[in-house]
Write a protein that binds this ligand. Sequence first.
Ligand code: THG
Length: 378
Amino acid sequence: MLQLLGVRGLSMVEISLSRRLRRTPFSDGVEAAGVKGYTVYNHMLLPTVFRSVEEDYRHLKEAVQVWDVACERQVEIRGPDAGRLVQMLTPRSLTRMLPGQCYYVPIVDETGGMLNDPVAVKLAEDRWWVSIADSDLLYWVKGIAYGYRLDVLVDEPDVSPLAVQGPKAEDLMCAVFGEQIRSLRFFRFSLFGFAGRDLVIARSGYSKQGGFEIYVEGGDIGMPLWNALMEAGKAMDVRAGCPNLIERIESGLLSYGNDMTDDNTPHECGLGRFCNTESAIGCIGRDALLRVAKEGPVKQIRAIAIDGPPVPRCDRHWPVLARGQVVGRISSAVWSPDFKTNVAIGMVKMTHWDAGTAVTVETPEGLRDAVVQEAFWN
Ligand code: THG
């Protein structure tokens, strides 16, 4: 029986809810909207599907969605040593970063291994939010603050991101927050009023359809804001949505824990463009990364097109083969209705990472021909 499950897989299982699996300030709205699937992210509920992954995808690319991404928890760092501490975490140089800016920052340990890939939000010289992916970064940051006797406070504040994504996102945001929204630049934030409170709003988000992220400070205004967006967006066909597996693979957005772990350097992840290791003085993984960056990685994340009909759910690595030898592994894969092929993200050895290289992918449903791509599909 166990073997049968292993072979055929479970199509549906129930996640048992408890206090350990945290709800969000928007969970009531998500449930009322008919959420059909959840995953767990930072010990919190993250919706994965409303109507179907394909219907959600089509709607995201044509209209506007409101996403409960409260699971993108904030590690707040404040105090005189805040800037110094954030630079200790990342090989991306922060010396030119100003308050009002957001940076996508690889976070590395002393070996150069990726611990997280958050968005850093610089609120002030002495106050930062690190908007984390799915790993318990808080404890690493607290440990460094304590171990180095830094003059900072590190905690997880009551701040829950709500994303508004899709081609009509700007119109919807204007209806709720005013025309000033339009002048917000990519990866910049400003303060906007709602219910008598000032909220950080950035032009950013985990899709390439355009949009914003509202850092909702105070869970009590979560549902009032959710309802205001749903009401204002009626004429734009606004719907509850969530990070979409198809769209994020097409867009080349990486998923920590899926596409990379602490076994990978930023360079292996193709995040070398977010590293200025030479000038990132103080970064804990600096020496290790200077060494690996000099040689260059021997394997790297690539976009890969997998031939044939829709692949099954990818919930484990699928070997990538060439002449019968393992030359890599697929970590994310799904059928793309727009590209009419299976789009995938995988780690491939340098001998086989050139665009156009033909490989074979060992899926749970058999071998498939596949081709390494020049870039992602966007
Ligand atoms: N927004 C916020 N927090 C987050 C995410 C987010 N925390 C978890 C997770 N997502 C972190 N991972 C990513 C991955 C990619 C991007 C943002 C967060 C991203 N990348 C763009 C790219 O790669 O093209 C832009 C990067 C840039 O140009 O600086 O946006 O989505 N708050």
